[in-house]
Design a protein around this ligand. Sequence first.
Ligand code: ZN
Length: 468
Amino acid sequence: MKNADPIWDHVDRHRDDFIALSDQVFDTPETLYAEFESVAEHKRMLQSQGFKLTENAAGIPTAVIGEAGDEGPVIAILGEFDALPYLSQAPGVAEHQPLAEGGNGHGCGHNLLGAAALLAATAVKDWMAENGIKGRVRYYGCPAEEGGAAKTYMVREGLFDDVDAAISWHPATFTGVNEARSLANTRIDFTFHGKAAHAAGAPELGRSALDAVELMNIGVNYLREHMPDSARVHYAYLDAGGVAPNVVQAKATVRQLVRASSLPELADLVARVRNIADGAALMTGTQVTSQVFSGVSNLLGNRPLEEAMQHELEKLGPVAFDDADQTFARDIQTTLTAADIATTFKRIGAKPVKDLALCDFIAPLDRHSDGGEGSTDVGDVSWAVPTVQARVATCAIGTPFHTWQTVAQGKAPAAHKGMIYAAKAMAATACRLVENQPLIAAARDTHQEHLEQTPYTCPIPDDVRPPV
Ligand SMILES: [Zn+2]
């Protein structure tokens, strides 16, 4: 296909370098604020492309911002590069084959996400320079999307205060504008403090912190029936009080992850979970303390930006996969269940297409989606500035994210094609914004209307710092 938009050429020009960047990050999978190699690669690329760097953004060593251009509107393009634990997997094979037992892996495709975002920012920079266009493009290299809420801290630091619009994307099994459906959440660690005692000789002298954690979990179980349908509470034992059953456990910690569809709903649910913790402490004669670990807001949509991005996706058409891509995707699909495959279609409200291995359409803007709501710290950016995201097909239909199958496809030619496509979609949307002040104004007005209805409060308390 002939390049119909000059910005696509600017993307294609850097194709190989940014595919190499994505592959490099894939090969050094790092998690939760420890993305030192990955951010170093992103910094090297920013520097070689002539961006002005802000390192240690929001006091986070693995966060970086690169800016280019001057005057005019400020467009933020958001990237990520963190991996997930226990998902080590050899690329390019359709079977579970860990490279390192217990090792990390790019199970959410953030190697692609970050490289495409940086590529889009580079293309916009080149396009503005070539055409003498006023405007600034800023790449936000954001760590710890998986559970660390780095963007929430970056928003809290005011790093988006002068931004006119933010653009991002996420690898996916289909292509379309991302629907603004995600859950606000917070992770709170509850620590119970009891009293140790000989569990047989003098149990009456002990006060069990482990009992308190168990009672708290039972209380939360009873809460679940009386929550809004979309709300969720999950938990993990961070400290079960030790390995000796003959000692009454003096200290135990449970992390509660509370999710709700809006910030006010989240605040209400968190208050109820806190009451349950107090009740468990009272029942067991222990004391409870709590510490917020992280928090993110639900996503706010922005119709003018979504329409602008949809237009760019339709101009691009579906990602052009070839026969080899189809063959590998089919091999991956043999490892999936029929339910996995049906889920992809359900999530976008589309009728299942038999034997379709890779997405060959653009999902419509107004679709009826079902299920699949997670959380993302892009949510907080979307409360700070008008924000839009694409979903671009990079892997086989039915691939569940956060699994070895996602990692196995993370360096495949199909993933690279999706990544380049995503860079074009984001860069083109950015160009339309820079060229078109009324679009920026419409996005801003829509955003203001949302904020007037529900003001934003940061879900992370002021005294909680990034865990770095
Ligand atoms: Zn992700």
